[in-house]
Design a protein around this ligand. Structure first.
Ligand SMILES: NC(=O)c1ccc[n+]([C@@H]2O[C@H](COP(=O)([O-])OP(=O)(O)OC[C@H]3O[C@@H](n4cnc5c(N)ncnc54)[C@H](OP(=O)(O)O)[C@@H]3O)[C@@H](O)[C@H]2O)c1
Length: 350
């Protein structure tokens, strides 16, 4: 099968189209023929090793000390079940599914095997493959941070920084689903977008400083890593929380603290995702309460261009890779050539 692989950390052109072995489903696995996947900020970080402050050493331990441990990136996908293992009961060939492969990656390919008990569910009937592929990264992360870590409640005042991004667009919609009053912060170009997905108020940060507000928010949800508890503290209510999705090491270690009497705190960490979260996301999408936002689409073989766009840090929602017959191939490159013998670069058709 064809896949996008990388053999060293670096700029977008370290990813390349290659021929790799097609996986076979084990007893309790399904084999998905992928129709669409995405390039997310997780792919950008794993490819470039550009990590939030304090994480550079830890990053190499996670992704591979001398080079990437997992040659195929891609955290989410949508497609059709092509085959199932002998013991699989939940899925059958032909089912349309979407899945979150998260830190296991492996979705930038024509096929991926996934445990039937993993983060895989049937696609909402009203979505196409590209939309379904764009559902899980932003929504699972937003759900984990808003509901599980921050304990969002009906009637909460929630401010979302980076509201036009992948996690941000999901966070706006999920916060509305949980009954919060949402103020979204974004640049001028994205004001209409965030309003269209349900934000009650929008702050264009080029015109106005969100931090002028006093005792206003129960939750400040920051996907941009541009703020701190010290800056947010006056805007948070008593017991308010700064949710640092892109948390620094200091924030993760709990070193950013407010006075004990205020009860204000930073919440940071890594999102934890369950199969139940995936079911909820599918249901919300089916009801129209969660609409994936797609910015650009690229063919799988142009993954390097998709990475370059994600690297700008300015995408809106998701960047999709269409996985079709891979009509156009290119013989790239150093990255592919350095891979194990199992992984062969694809040659131009003559
Ligand atoms: N802890 C975890 O488990 C976890 C999980 C998922 C993601 N993350 C992290 O969360 C972050 C956001 O991810 P994402 O996928 O949502 O990113 P994204 O889709 O690239 O969106 C980022 C948004 O931030 C805004 N932005 C960029 N630079 C800014 C700046 N200097 N000031 C204000 N806004 C700025 C941009 O909107 P405008 O153009 O409108 O400014 C953009 O839409 C990433 O750093 C990612 O690594 C962490």
């Amino acid at each position: 099968m064809r896949a996008i692989v990388y053999a060293k950390y670096g700029p977008p052109d370290v990813v390349a189209l290659a021929e790799v072995p097609k996986p076979r489903p084990k007893k309790r696995e399904v084999l998905v023929r992928i129709h669409a996947t995405t390039v997310t900020t997780a792919d950008w970080r794993a490819r470039s090793l550009r990590l939030p402050g304090g994480f550079s050493v830890l990053g190499r331990l996670v992704f591979g000390i001398f080079g990437p441990r997992k040659p195929i990136l891609g955290t989410e996908l949508a497609g059709e079940v092509e085959a199932v293992g002998d013991a699989v009961t939940r899925f059958q060939p032909g089912d349309r599914v979407f899945a979150f492969t998260g830190g296991r990656y492996g979705s930038h390919a024509q096929y991926r095997t996934i445990a039937e008990t993993g983060l895989i569910v049937r696609m909402p009937a009203n979505l196409g493959f590209e939309e379904a592929a764009s559902l899980s990264f932003g929504a699972t992360n937003a759900l984990s941070f808003l509901r599980d870590k921050a304990g969002i409640q009906r009637g909460d005042q929630v401010l979302i920084l980076g509201a036009s991004g992948n996690v941000g667009t999901a966070a706006v919609q999920l916060a509305k689903h949980f009954g919060a009053q949402v103020t979204a912060v974004c640049s001028t170009a994205n004001v209409d977008l965030v309003r269209s997905i349900g934000a009650d108020e929008v702050i264009d940060y080029t015109q106005e400083d969100f931090a002028q507000a006093r005792d206003r928010y129960d939750i400040i949800f920051d996907t941009t890593g541009t703020t701190s508890l010290a800056r947010c503290e006056p805007s948070l209510k008593q017991r308010g929380r700064l949710v640092a999705v892109q948390g620094s090491l200091a924030q993760m270690l709990g070193l950013e603290r407010a006075s004990r009497q205020s009860g204000k705190k930073v919440i940071a960490g890594v999102a934890a995702v369950t199969a139940g979260d995936m079911e909820l996301i599918a249901q919300l999408a089916e009801r129209g309460a969660l609409r994936p936002v797609i910015d650009r689409r690229y063919p799988l073989e142009d993954a390097a261009s998709a990475h370059a766009y994600v690297d700008t840090g300015r995408k809106r929602g998701s960047v999709v890779l269409r996985v079709g017959a891979c009509a156009r191939h290119f013989n790239n490159d150093r990255a592919a050539l350095q891979l194990s013998r199992e992984v062969r670069p694809v040659r131009h058709p003559s």
